[in-house]
Design a protein around this ligand. Structure first.
Ligand code: LER
Ligand code: MN
Length: 276
């Protein structure tokens, strides 16, 4: 299991769960010094970034790109892939396509489909929402297949999304779509709210999990709250999960302290419990 941490060059609000902000090079330097294996970069518009420069920076600091956060298209521009307005839907899909192209240069850089999937309440009915969701996901999958990228649909808590709140619901959706290019992306903060038995839910999902977000129960760094990380890490180990645990927490009291605490706390559990 690898440890990664979120970072972005976007202007994000203080309480957003992204740890390192500001110039990527400065963040990468600090992230590497802490000991992390990789980074999850939150990008607004992938077509506007210098992909070569991103790759060069990652190589320079020996960091893996584990995932791309895509939610700002929804947050900043109101774009979502279930919209009944075809123009909005197509623009959201184009954003995802550009992220897929960015991800295609890396071994396992998951393109996250979280907030960009939109909400049932943004549509006139649940049936329309589901129809649009499946249609759009299938379009994304075609592109992901072409570029050999995995899409991770994120299971979010009920206060942030009115659709896909539990791993079970995620598995039901995957059954309907059935593609190796669409898997589940889980998040400890959301699981803490929604899952009756987190270990059991993870074990049930098996190889359908492609990415994991980490924050404690209060969304601070791992170790600050009362989330049972031992249970989650043991369950992930049991299902052979070998990808990243990416810290997506508040950066309180500051990015360095928060990044360092999460790293040390999780490294300790991984070392003690799974001897790696
Ligand atoms: C995004 O990964 C997420 O977990 C949401 O709660 C948005 O912040
Ligand atoms: Mn998340």
């Amino acid at each position: 299991m690898k440890l990664a941490v979120t970072c972005t060059e976007m202007d994000v609000r203080k309480g957003a769960p992204i740890v390192f902000r500001g110039k990527l090079e400065d963040s990468f330097k600090k992230i590497k010094n802490i000991g992390y294996d990789g980074v999850e970069v939150h990008i607004h518009d992938s077509s506007a970034i210098d992909r070569k420069e991103l790759k060069a920076l990652l190589n320079q600091y020996g960091l893996e790109l584990t995932s791309i956060g895509t939610g700002s298209a929804y947050g900043k521009e109101g774009l979502f892939i279930t919209s009944e307005d075809k123009q909005i839907r197509d623009r959201a899909l184009e954003f995802l396509k550009q992220h897929i192209i960015t991800a295609s240069e890396y071994h396992h850089a998951v393109v996250i489909i979280g907030l960009i999937k939109g909400k049932v309440s943004d549509c006139s009915s649940k049936a329309i929402y589901e129809r649009n969701l499946i249609e759009s996901l299938n379009q994304c999958i075609e592109i992901a297949k072409k570029y050999n990228v995995v899409l991770g649909i994120e299971v979010l808590n009920r206060y942030e999304s009115d659709y896909l709140n539990t791993i079970d619901e995620g598995l039901e959706l995957l059954d309907k779509i059935n593609s190796e290019h669409l898997k589940l992306h889980i998040d400890t903060f959301h699981m803490n709210i929604e899952e009756a038995n987190i270990g059991e839910a993870i074990r049930k999902a098996k190889d359908k999990i492609c990415h994991v977000h980490i924050a404690d129960s209060d969304r601070w760094y791992a170790g600050h709250g009362h989330y049972n990380f031992i249970e989650t890490i043991e369950a992930l180990h049991d299902i052979g999960y070998s990808h990243a645990l990416a810290i997506e927490s508040l950066n309180y009291p500051d990015a360095n302290v928060s990044g360092e605490y999460s790293y040390n706390y999780l490294r300790g559990i991984i070392y003690e419990r799974i001897k790696k």
